[in-house]
Write a protein that binds this ligand. Structure first.
Ligand code: HPA
Length: 275
């Protein structure tokens, strides 16, 4: 079997040969947020199944395509669909695309997701800039054999979500009059939504939103030296906040409903990211 480095190199080569060489930023689109793909100029698409060693997306709200194009005047590599721990992948597998992006020398990663609101001042449809995250589980994308090409064995996460990029996000939000919250994203493994007791625990621990993705990608990106910005769409209130069950339909519907605001904000952020 090829090493992970060889696998990532093969994937990077195919992407280079089909979608191009130079990208300013990678954007990962979360559940129901795929509409941004239609805004790309000069768009080219590559099915994940055509990329060697890429996992495949098994969730219906995730398209499973890598796209390239221009957005906000920048060359963007866009992942329409990501991989989740709950699909059976390890953290390292869910972060494989990030390692490929590091071999493509892409300096910035913008991760987006749909998340449940834990902070009771949030309402469904809010956008939240991720300030930090909480992950309890023992898995890590950096666990196992150390591959120096993907960064040091031990690495710092004290600014896992770049302060500079967060400042840009808030400036863009203000210019566009789009309300933007800030908070801590808690990773839970899913695929079940949480219990009300778990949500009370997460609130006590300082979390403002909860979701089933993102943190593995962010950890791997930090190890490789890629600067990260994270934007959550609060698609529902987390379990027990309201006296009603949570459904996947609601998550996708709310994410779709705010897509106009989301797309405007993300486009402006990309335009303002340093060259
Ligand atoms: N919990 C976990 N993941 C989620 C939620 C939630 O309430 N909403 C969207 N993704």
């Amino acid at each position: 079997m090829d090493s992970v480095l060889e696998q990532a190199s093969q994937a990077a080569r195919v992407i280079r040969n089909t979608l191009g060489e130079h990208f300013d930023i990678t954007v990962v689109l979360g559940s129901g947020l795929g509409g941004l793909a239609d805004k790309l100029f000069d768009k080219q698409e590559l099915d994940y199944s055509k990329i060697p060693h890429f996992p495949t997306s098994t969730v219906s709200s995730h398209a499973g395509k890598l796209m390239s194009g221009v957005l906000g005047g920048k060359r963007v590599l866009l992942m329409a669909g990501r991989f989740h721990f709950y699909e059976g992948y390890t953290f390292a597998q869910t972060a494989f695309p990030v390692r490929v992006m590091s071999l493509l020398n892409i300096p910035y990663l913008l991760v987006t997701n749909a998340a449940g609101g834990i902070d009771t001042s949030f309402v469904p449809g809010d956008l939240m800039c991720i300030a930090d995250h909480i992950k309890f589980f023992s898995d890590s994308p950096a666990r196992g054999e150390h591959i120096p090409e993907f960064g040091p064995r031990f690495f710092d996460l004290s600014e896992a979500y770049s302060k500079e990029l967060r400042q840009i996000a808030f400036q863009c939000a203000e210019e566009l009059s789009i309300p933007l919250k800030q908070g801590v994203y808690a990773f839970m493994p899913g695929p079940q939504f949480e219990t009300p007791a778990e949500i009370r625990m997460l609130r006590t621990l300082g979390a403002h939103a909860v979701g089933m993705s993102t943190v593995a990608e962010v950890i791997a990106a930090n190890q490789c030296g890629i600067k990260v910005l994270g934007i959550s769409c609060i698609s529902n209130m987390a379990a027990g906040v309201l006296d009603q069950p949570i459904t996947d339909e609601e998550v996708v519907e709310v994410a779709g409903r705010i897509s106009h605001r989301f797309q405007a904000l993300v486009t402006s952020i990309i335009a303002h990211i340093p060259e």
